[in-house]
Design a binder for this molecule. Structure first.
Ligand SMILES: *[C@@H]1O[C@H](CO)[C@@H](O)[C@H](O)[C@H]1NC(C)=O
Ligand SMILES: *[C@@H]1O[C@H](CO)[C@@H](O)[C@H](O)[C@H]1NC(C)=O
Ligand SMILES: *[C@@H]1O[C@H](CO)[C@@H](O)[C@H](O)[C@H]1NC(C)=O
Ligand SMILES: *[C@@H]1O[C@H](CO)[C@@H](O)[C@H](O)[C@H]1NC(C)=O
Ligand SMILES: *[C@@H]1O[C@H](CO)[C@@H](O)[C@H](O)[C@H]1NC(C)=O
Ligand SMILES: *[C@@H]1O[C@H](CO)[C@@H](O)[C@H](O)[C@H]1NC(C)=O
Ligand SMILES: *[C@@H]1O[C@H](CO)[C@@H](O)[C@H](O)[C@H]1NC(C)=O
Ligand SMILES: *[C@@H]1O[C@H](CO)[C@@H](O)[C@H](O)[C@H]1NC(C)=O
Ligand SMILES: *[C@@H]1O[C@H](CO)[C@@H](O)[C@H](O)[C@H]1NC(C)=O
Ligand SMILES: *[C@@H]1O[C@H](CO)[C@@H](O)[C@H](O)[C@H]1NC(C)=O
Ligand SMILES: *[C@@H]1O[C@H](CO)[C@@H](O)[C@H](O)[C@H]1NC(C)=O
Ligand SMILES: *[C@@H]1O[C@H](CO)[C@@H](O)[C@H](O)[C@H]1NC(C)=O
Length: 517
């Protein structure tokens, strides 16, 4: 098997955080990481007895509960796909694959250029450039198979159907890239041809600007991890069709193609988004596609081997919004690591309206940063558009969403038009993950809805602020919900403690899964 140093990075954080795999022995605090003994998973569902034991053992021990919560690994807090965590980068990849500097130099430089957005300022259009510069080593198929097997639970790549093997090798190759720091990056910008409004090819009413062609070079070099992320003013250059339209005199979204120079791998379409209007910020996993993060073995296969599959008829709902809501800006914001962005974009652009993208930057990979990544990305877009309104879409299986989405309504008063959360445990019995609705306490209940199937969203006039389908039963308790064994139906105090304990137990089970890799 593999003993590459780079690989250790994949499993260590999880294993280290939880030295003992039995729920009863939940560690109070882990001041210094220790190596976890191998553990095997028998049943993901904690038993009732274990729960009671835990409850009994922590009576009156609030600080203990807090310390358990405090030591939650990031995948619980940040959601999907949290097993996609702490990928090796740069030199760790290079050394784990034994690639010489000379071999690396000979490889072409590639750019992951992420479709972005611009806001209108005193200086004109201010465009965000975001992406990564890297080299793709030539890894043999057998080596890719070995590396892919590290990600799979309870199966081997050799046992998967051919198409899934290809997909698993593709993702593995994308993870094992060597990022390039200290690189200058420049772009050639051109008006993008118009997209139809058929809902699968473009944000509605996006137009081709008359001009705007120009070359632009980023300020400074890529970070040590090869990332770049900066806003730069773009010039109002005339073209055959005229000029760029200012963002305060048009409601149209204008599209520009942004080509990284020196490679044909860094093409993206970015969006000039007017000062006023409506933007949807949509998560992807378990809302736009079937992931089942809450079911680890399935979640891994769905993320790693199987072709991405839309969740029910969600594409139809988005297509309708794209066609019927004028100048609707679609922004896809997922905390999936940057390395797999291409696969997410590929799926989204074939299935949902075109739009800008956010994935997890490489410098947000340690545990504390992972806890904050979604809020960081959300704040960023809210601060870019202080006069736009937002519709927020995700599912209940991400605890960071459950905290961050309602928080935005408080932090940016009047800007959150609707929050829609798919209740994953309502429709999927394999979801044993509880979710915390306490963040919604005090929010106007006509601004958010927990829903079960895409059809619950049908016919809602979201453009005019109709966020609730009153035929969909809402059972929000403003505490932990979706616990196994109907625990949430008990008295409030016990529910809360039970929730935390069950979550702790789930963490142990995840730890067991990872410990056995
Ligand atoms: C539009 O924005 C520009 C630059 O910020 C400003 O000079 C101009 O007055 C604005 N026009 C309107 C109609 O608000
Ligand atoms: C990759 O390596 C294989 C042999 O391991 C070789 O046949 C192939 O030409 C290489 N591809 C590139 C693009 O270098
Ligand atoms: C990057 O750009 C700077 C000027 O901004 C220049 O001094 C430096 O030589 C460039 N580096 C490379 C590798 O082209
Ligand atoms: C951008 O730079 C290329 C050369 O690198 C040049 O051919 C092209 O005309 C430039 N485009 C603009 C709009 O300046
Ligand atoms: C660009 O310049 C033209 C001509 O002066 C003007 O009509 C247009 O509003 C300007 N657009 C932007 C984005 O500044
Ligand atoms: C990127 O755009 C350039 C210029 O249009 C084109 O030649 C190239 O094939 C594109 N690359 C990809 C991967 O589509
Ligand atoms: C993996 O697949 C995606 C989506 O089809 C593609 O854009 C990407 O180039 C592939 N990556 C590799 C390393 O083959
Ligand atoms: C990551 O880098 C961005 C700038 O590219 C910076 O604003 C952010 O604070 C950094 N995050 C962390 C956790 O270091
Ligand atoms: C434009 O976006 C930048 C980056 O988020 C932000 O700092 C700035 O305040 C925004 N400007 C306006 C006028 O909204
Ligand atoms: C929303 O809140 C109002 C008053 O606070 C209450 O009467 C109503 O039942 C609530 N609706 C739902 C669906 O919970
Ligand atoms: C509400 O939800 C039901 C059940 O999914 C659906 O049939 C209906 O179209 C939705 N919309 C409205 C406005 O009732
Ligand atoms: C399509 O979206 C519009 C705008 O939100 C809404 O009014 C309409 O009812 C939707 N139609 C369906 C079938 O969902």
């Amino acid at each position: 098997m593999l003993t590459l140093s780079g690989i250790a990075l994949l499993v260590l954080p999880v294993a280290l955080a939880f030295p003992a795999p039995t729920p009863v022995a939940v560690p109070v605090a882990v001041p210094h990481p220790m190596i976890t003994p191998r553990a095997s998973l028998t049943d993901r569902t904690p038993t009732r007895v274990q729960n009671r034991d835990l409850l009994d053992s922590i009576k009156g021990a609030g600080s203990y509960v807090e310390s358990v919560l405090g030591s939650f690994p990031s995948y619980v807090a940040s959601g999907v796909p949290n097993f996609f965590q702490d990928f090796p980068t740069g030199t760790a990849v290079q050394s784990s694959l034994s690639i010489s500097d000379g071999d690396l130099d000979a490889l072409p430089t590639q750019v992951l250029n992420i479709p972005s957005y611009a806001n209108w300022t005193e200086q004109g259009w201010n465009l965000r450039f975001r992406g990564n510069v890297f080299k793709q080593p030539n890894i043999s198929e057998s080596k890719l198979n070995d590396l892919a097997n590290i990600f799979l639970i309870g199966t081997k790549i050799e046992d998967l159907p051919a198409a899934q093997q290809t997909q698993a090798r593709n993702l593995t190759a994308e993870i094992f890239v060597v990022q390039q720091g200290d690189r200058n990056v420049s772009f050639n910008i051109e008006p993008a041809s118009s997209q139809g409004v058929d809902g699968t090819s473009g944000g509605s009413n996006a137009v081709t600007p008359g001009g705007g062609s120009q070359n632009i070079t980023l300020v400074g070099q890529t970070t040590d991890q090869g990332d770049y992320d900066q806003f730069l003013p773009i010039a109002n250059v005339s073209g055959p069709g005229g000029f760029l339209e200012p963002g305060n005199t048009t409601t149209n979204i204008q599209r520009l193609n942004v080509y990284a120079t020196g490679t044909n791998t860094g093409n993206a379409t970015s969006y000039l988004v007017p000062t006023v209007g409506l933007t949807i910020i949509s998560d992807i996993d378990d809302i736009l596609r079937i992931t089942k993060i809450y079911d680890p073995a399935e979640g891994l296969l769905n993320s790693f081997a199987r072709a991405f599959v839309p969740w029910m008829n969600m594409p139809e709902i988005y297509a309708n919004w794209s066609q019927s809501i004028p100048d609707f800006h679609f922004h896809y914001l997922t905390t999936t690591p940057e390395q797999v962005t291409r696969n997410y974009m590929d799926f989204i652009y074939k299935t949902y309206p075109g739009g800008s993208f956010d994935t997890r930057p490489l410098n947000f990979s340690d545990v504390s940063a992972t806890l904050s990544i979604r809020k960081y990305l959300l704040d960023r877009i809210f601060q870019t558009y202080p006069n736009r309104k937002f519709i927020l879409m995700a599912d209940t299986s991400n605890s960071d969403v459950m905290k961050d989405y309602p928080q935005l309504a408080t932090d940016y008063p009047g800007q959150v038009q609707c929050i829609f959360l798919r209740n994953t445990s309502a429709t999927d019995s394999s979801d044993k993950f509880p979710y915390d609705t306490s963040g919604f306490k005090g929010l106007d209940n006509s601004t958010y809805m927990f829903f079960n199937v895409p059809d619950d969203l049908r016919g809602l006039d979201v453009m005019n602020g109709q966020c609730v389908n009153w035929t969909v039963k809402q059972t929000v308790t403003f505490s932990y919900q979706g616990l196994p064994f109907g625990l949430s139906k008990n008295a409030a105090g016990r529910v809360d403690i039970g929730g935390k304990v069950v979550m702790a137990a789930m963490v142990m089970i995840f730890a067991a899964v990872f410990g056995s890799l």
